[in-house]
Write a protein that binds this ligand. Structure first.
Ligand code: C2O
Ligand code: CU
Length: 510
């Protein structure tokens, strides 16, 4: 269990344990950008679409001449893309044929608690005792939970089975959502091994806009990974890390790879028309932040025109020269490649990276003029933001390192211990205070950023968010409205190593 620790210790400008691959890496810009397959429903009725996904190991060809064993949804990484119409129930049955228990969370979904993927609601391996190792102890599989708390809690096996059906009402606006593993104490290694995919929600408002569509509407799942000598995804085993002074701390800070994958391919290239493209950027990395920019910039700059955020369309477009993307955040941008001369090779680069992690992908522009009837309307949507002056409560959450892990308000995650109990039908202001970089994520509801350190929100805080990057020694205030769905939900850091090391808490709506 667990790939060998590979020994790289560079942090490349951001804290964390950088694993250096044990295989020679390809040069950037040798392979085509893959596009994740859209999953077809197994059946549809008047109000719902039903899907089936098998979670299973698969051998993927990511590096030249090497197979990478990944843990996948339906055999691919990223997993298949689901596309749902707002308000149509989407029912997804997941079967687990992996050697470990799993949990599925729809990130950004406005989902009732029983389908939200609570971290102890495990779907067990279909191989039973042989596959899971310890059938007598659901949830334990012979690996040490990195939180150290895993052994102390009763695991809720849901229907107790090897499959689970998640029902998503999707009564929410069009947005780029994603689904990923959420197993308590193991989300980092599970996502690193491949358990992540897109779930796009569309609606009438968005469909009526003249935005780029079809081949020119591109989901881009960006993540960093490292590879072990046998080609598998390398992820540190904690016991190996613990034997090396200084390494445990870096591992706690987050795991970083030396290879950037976009839709599962290392530094890919896309043959691109000189036309507008919609790029739905998702940072699916465990711990890495990116500052994405086009190189060269188009004449006059402002090449990345943001039209949407985690929770869908902004009210109006915002042009950026670069975009800071923390783990789990989505930025929906339009790039007008007709602003470049024919034949330009436009790189999407990461200004926070160095060497391989400074490169992301490349757009190789064609020669001639092409038809393009898309445009970016000056008004995209109407946002009725929650009014912070109407808040019935203001709550503070301190995200902080402790001796053994990471805490929220001094507490390590313990299932069932709720740190807040907001009432349905009310607005609250939540204040996130941080000792370090923490991308703070709220389940159930999207929110609006109200302030940073008492001042205005930052340039990347616009629109409906479900994840907000809180910088070291910063206080970020958000306003959130609780409308429906009573029950137990999560609030946590989306640096997956911080999450696994207990920086997570319940809140309970009532
Ligand atoms: Cu994307 Cu609670 O997670
Ligand atoms: Cu964190």
């Amino acid at each position: 269990a667990g790939a060998p620790y590979l020994g790289g210790l560079l942090t490349q400008g951001q804290p964390g344990l950088l694993l250096r691959s044990g295989v020679p890496l390809p040069r950037p810009y040798q392979v085509r950008l893959p596009r994740p397959q859209v999953l077809a429903p197994v059946r549809s009725d008047a109000t719902a679409d039903h899907y089936e996904i098998t979670q299973r190991p698969a051998l993927l060809r990511i590096l030249p001449g090497l197979d990478t064993e990944a843990w996948t949804y339906q055999g691919s990484f990223p997993g298949p893309t689901l596309v749902s119409r707002s308000g149509r129930r989407t029912v997804v049955t997941h079967r687990n044929q992996l050697p470990h228990p799993t949990v599925v969370h729809l990130h950004g979904g406005h989902t009732p608690a029983d389908s939200d993927g609570y971290p102890t609601q495990l779907v067990h391996p279909a191989g039973g005792a042989a596959a899971s190792g310890m059938a007598a102890m659901p949830g334990m599989d012979g690996m040490t939970g990195v939180t150290g708390t895993t052994g102390a809690v009763a695991m809720d096996s849901g229907d107790g089975g090897t499959q689970r059906t998640y029902t998503y009402p999707l009564e929410q606006r069009a947005a780029t959502l994603w689904y990923h593993d959420h197993r308590m104490g193991f989300t980092g290694p599970n996502v690193w091994r491949g358990l992540a995919g897109f779930h796009l929600v569309t609606d009438d408002e968005e469909a009526a806009l003249p935005l780029p569509r079809g081949e020119r509407d591109l989901p881009l799942l960006i993540c960093d990974r490292s590879f072990a000598a046998d080609g598998s995804f390398a992820y540190p085993a904690l016991d190996a890390a613990q034997t090396r002074p200084g390494v445990t701390t870096r591992y706690m800070d987050g795991v970083l790879g030396d290879t950037v994958l976009v839709n599962g391919a290392p530094w890919p290239v896309l043959d691109t028309d000189r036309a507008r493209y919609r790029l739905r950027i998702l940072n699916a990395s465990n711990a890495r932040r990116y500052r994405l920019a086009l190189d060269p910039q188009p004449p006059g700059g402002g090449g990345l025109v943001q039209i949407g955020s985690d929770g869908g369309l902004l009210a109006a477009p915002v042009a950026h020269d670069s975009i800071d993307v923390a783990p789990a955040e989505r930025f929906d941008v339009v790039v007008d490649f007709s602003r470049y001369p024919a034949g330009t090779r436009v790189r999407l680069v990461n200004r926070l990276g160095s060497g391989g992690t400074a490169e992301v992908m490349r757009f190789d522009l064609g020669g001639g003029a092409v038809a393009d009837d898309s445009r970016i309307p000056a008004r995209l949507s109407t946002i009725s933001a929650p009014d912070p002056s109407k808040a019935v409560a203001t709550r503070s959450f301190l995200f902080q390192k402790s001796a053994g892990g990471w805490t929220v308000n001094g507490e390590e995650f313990r299932p069932g211990r709720s740190l807040a109990a907001p009432r349905l039908g009310t607005t609250e202001v939540w204040r996130f205070v941080s000792d370090f970089h923490h991308p703070v994520h709220l389940h159930l509801n999207h929110f609006q950023v109200v302030s940073r350190n008492g001042g205005a929100p930052g340039p990347f805080d616009g629109g409906w968010k479900d994840t907000v990057d809180v910088q070291p020694a910063e206080a970020v205030e958000i306003a959130v409205r609780f409308e429906d769905y009573p029950g137990r939900f999560m609030l946590h850091c989306h640096n997956l190593e911080h999450e696994d090391m207990a920086m997570m808490a319940d809140f309970t709506t009532r």
